[in-house]
Structure formats: C-alpha cells, structure tokens
Design a protein around this ligand. Structure first.
Ligand code: 5GP
Length: 222
C-alpha cells in the first residue's frame, strides 16, 4: 500500500555516536551498520588522526591520517566539530562530515571517544548517543589482544582509558551490550528505528500526514 509518510530526509536525519571502551567491539559493530544490507541509512564519519595506520586500514575510508601540524592547522581554522587526545594521539571529526551526511539524507555514524561525544552533544542539537559495553572484562581483553596490533604498554593505556570511558557512561542516552554481534546490530537498528519515528523530530511533516488522515476520515463520515 502506498503511503506518504515522510521518508528519511536531510531534516529528519541525525547524528549517532557510538562510544565505549576499546575492546567493546565498536568498530565491528560500526562496520556491520555500514554494510550494504543495512540500506545505507548511515554514513560513516571519517575522522582525522595523527596515529599511524594499522595494517589493513585505508586512508580516507577508516581515517584520514595526518601529521600534527596539519591536524592543528585544521583545528585552528575552525574545521573540527570536536577533537581530543586519545591514547596519546590526536583524533577529530571534521565539521563537513555533518553537512555531507544530512544533505544525503543519511544518519552520520560517529565512532568517537567520550570526550568527543561531550563536545558533539554541546554543538549539535540532534544527536543520539549510544554507549557500547563489552559483556565482561575478560572478553574485552580477549578482543584487545586478538587485534594483535598493540604491545603491552599500549594495552595498559587502553585499560586505563577503559576506566575513564566507563566513568562517562551515565551521560549517554542508550546502552548496548555487545555480546552477540547480530543482536547488538539489531539493537542499534531498533534505536534508530524508534528515533526516526520521533514526532518531535518529524515535526510538521508528521502532523501533515495525520491531518490528511483526519480529512479522509471526515470525508468518509459524510
Ligand atoms: P583507534 O585508534 O583504536 O581507532 O581509536 C581509539 C579511540 O579513539 C576509539 O575510542 C575511537 O572511538 C576514538 N576516536 C576515533 N576517531 C575519533 C574522533 O574523531 N574523535 C574522538 N574524540 N575520538 C575518536
């Protein structure tokens, strides 16, 4: 049946932040949310970072890898929506990512740390914040070690920052425990489904739909 219920458009798309400790499985979750079978309702916010690329990471797709001078230049010129130092390296979200996503009528998916999440919440009105939790510490460690790209000192640093990330947990709107990946993907999709149906966000376009239903009912009553 045809309906003129408002579709996802630039003014109904929003930013979705996925944050949480390293080893929670944010990156895997995010990759699944960006897979073609997800109808491309989200677009990934490619961050800038000064950390060196890990094996398999692609410039411009996973990150834009820049040196500190370039990073600082972009911050100074006001080009960052947020930026933070994470595990000793600089990370930041270019402001342009927001406009690019909303003009394509897509949600902007940000995989950022809690410091960045705070800054985005202050700067952007329409943002959904999701904290991704590992099911247990042993599983978190297993995932961190499984990545194989970190030495013991780097692992120690991630352990410490996991504590700092967890401190910020109450600031988030939603929590998703990433135990079973398929289930975590479904949960994030349900959150987006619900938010896409927010009357406050849909505003007058949803009201117009309801008005048309009312008109039709009135016509049928006569
Ligand atoms: P990784 O180096 O493992 O890719 O990321 C380390 C941490 O930095 C992760 O928690 C990730 O979410 C965060 N991160 C990645 N990009 C950004 C960004 O643009 N801004 C902020 N604040 N954090 C980021």
């Amino acid at each position: 049946m045809r309906t003129d219920w408002p579709a996802l458009t630039p003014d109904t798309s929003f930013a979705v932040i996925l944050a949480g400790p390293s080893g929670a499985g944010k990156t895997t979750l995010r990759d699944r949310l960006l897979a073609p079978e997800m109808d491309e309702r989200c677009t990934f916010s490619v961050s800038l970072t000064t950390r060196p690329p890990r094996e398999g990471e692609r410039e411009g797709t996973d990150y834009r890898f820049v040196d500190r001078d370039e990073f600082t230049r972009i911050v100074d010129s006001g080009g960052m929506l947020e930026h933070a130092t994470v595990h000793g390296d600089l990370y930041g979200t270019p402001i342009a990512n927001l406009d690019r996503a909303s003009s394509a009528g897509k949600h902007l998916l940000l995989d950022i740390d809690v410091q960045g999440a705070r800054q985005v919440r202050e700067a952007v009105a329409d943002v959904i914040t999701i904290f991704v939790l590992p099911p247990s510490v042993s599983e978190m460690l297993r995932r961190l070690r499984g990545r194989g790209s970190e030495n013991e000192a780097q692992l120690g640093r991630r352990y410490e920052s996991a504590l700092a990330e967890l401190e910020a947990f109450p600031e988030f709107g939603y929590a998703v425990v990433n135990d079973d990946l398929d289930e975590a993907v479904r949960t994030v999709c349900s959150i987006m489904d619900a938010e896409e149906r927010s009357v406050a966000r849909l505003g007058s376009r949803a009201e117009a739909f309801a008005d048309r239903l009312k008109d039709e009912i009135r016509r049928q009553m006569h």
